[in-house]
Design a protein around this ligand. Structure first.
Ligand code: ADQ
Length: 405
């Protein structure tokens, strides 16, 4: 029977060594959250990096990790420190991520990192080719693997390949800046179906294909090497029922059932306190600093709200080896400290700042208890947090402040 293979840079689990055995913890992030249910229900194989450098693993450990991951139909692609530095932290996150999010002043192109990007994409393609048979479907995800579709198609033209980009595809005026633009477009065009979150990204991609590769395009179909490649819009959703049911259960159980919920309820009892929620990976595209500055301005100009309103800011550590992210972490810590130092009273801290991942139950505690959810990215592919907040509004209350960007 034909099978489905999901391919992404990261597997949805993080492997760690603890007391001589291997520990597997779920990762946070839009791609992992969105695809987990698809994988669990769809009997697919998921190929990706397991979150640990292979420089720290001997052959026995690798075999053990392969076996353990295999139980959930996960297949690891092992990457060493050099590959991670150049392909992941380097090329993917210092060049492609900022460029595709319109932060051109931050993006850096480095020839050595580009070569690693090609090699690691080939490594992922080789892993897929080890498992794939004619008629199988391969579904490749995101900006780290833009070359992978063509690398697979070159060797096995009889597999159907889907490619989905989770981040914006920038306008032609931005994309043309990129030194290896032809190579990236040709890499993606190895897929038979190419998906984007919004019609704008689809339009930008088609315009780049026409103007950079001079290919014939009929509406949303690109003609390339005798193949018809379909480009379309598939705005990513969430597992709505999972969040709705969790919210219903959360409201049913006693108000003090978790420490976090107890603290939230205490705050809400005092002065009929209100909560504003903000959840993101700590990333400069998400507008975290701007949001804090807006909150500071609100408190400056509205003293009547002091003691009554609190910003709960949940920032998940992300790419903390990249300089821009280190700077953002420092600035965020400073601004949170300044706001709390400036306004806090004995009973009130204006910003509750969590720099860590949270388990699902606590995430639901926050969604359910917040009166306002403030999602204000400077640029974002889609944003699932906004959708998750809406899914937990089972009493049709609450306010979502969502940036049009
Ligand atoms: P992300 O940039 O990771 O995704 P987003 O879409 O907001 O952003 O998804 C974040 C996910 O992580 C949500 O499901 C959320 O519940 C979870 N999460 C956030 N903070 C958490 C925490 N502290 N603990 C646990 N879980 C947490 C990328 C793109 C987005 C695009 C998605 C999906 O950048 O634009 O929407 O992929 O395609």
């Amino acid at each position: 029977m034909p099978k489905n293979i999901i391919v992404s840079n990261r597997l949805p689990v993080q492997v760690e060594s603890k007391n001589g055995s291997w520990l597997f913890t779920p990762t946070s992030g839009g791609l992992a959250t969105g695809l987990k249910t698809v994988h669990e229900e769809g009997e697919s194989l998921w190929i990706g990096w397991p979150g640990v450098s292979s420089d720290n693993l001997d052959n026995e450990s690798k075999n053990q990790i392969c076996q353990d991951l295999g139980k959930n139909r996960y297949c690891p692609v092992f990457l060493d420190d050099k590959e991670l530095d150049n392909f992941y932290f380097g090329f993917s996150n210092k060049c492609l991520w900022p460029l595709f999010h319109y932060f051109i002043e931050i993006h850096q192109f480095d020839m050595k990192q580009w070569e690693f990007y090609i090699d690691v994409n080939q490594k992922f393609a080789d892993e897929v080719l080890r498992f794939v048979n004619d008629g199988d479907k391969v579904w490749i995800h995101d900006y780290q693997l833009l070359l992978c579709p063509q690398m697979i198609k070159d060797i096995n033209p009889n597999v159907t390949i889907g490619f989905f980009l989770h981040i914006p595809f920038p306008s032609f005026e931005i994309f043309r800046i990129f030194a290896k633009r032809e190579e990236l477009l040709t890499g993606i065009l190895g897929a038979d179906l190419i998906g984007f979150h919004t019609y704008d990204y689809e339009r930008h991609f088609i315009s780049s294909v026409k103007r950079i590769l001079n290919l014939e395009v009929n509406f949303n179909i690109v003609l390339h090497n005798g193949r018809e490649i379909v480009v379309n819009t598939f705005p990513m959703g969430i597992d709505f029922k999972k969040f709705e049911i969790a919210a219903k259960n959360n409201l049913r159980i006693s108000p003090g059932s978790s420490e976090l919920k107890r603290q939230i309820n205490t705050h809400k009892l005092v002065n009929e306190g209100k909560l504003i929620l903000s959840i993101d990976r700590l990333d400069y595209t998400k507008g975290v600093l701007n949001r804090l500055l807006a909150f500071e301005r609100f408190l400056d100009t509205n003293p009547g709200y002091h003691d009554k309103i609190r910003l709960v800011m949940l920032a998940v550590p992300s790419r903390s080896k990249v300089a821009q992210y280190k700077i953002l972490k420092r600035q965020t810590d400073e601004v949170v400290g300044r706001i709390n130092g400036k306004f806090a009273s004995v009973n009130w801290t204006p910003v509750w700042y969590y720099y860590r991942s949270m388990n699902f139950e606590n995430l639901i505690d926050l969604y359910v208890s917040s009166d306002v959810c403030m999602i204000t990215p400077l640029r974002d592919g889609m944003n699932l947090v906004a959708k998750e907040y809406l899914a937990t509004r089972i009493n049709n209350d609450g306010v979502l402040i969502l940036s049009e960007l």
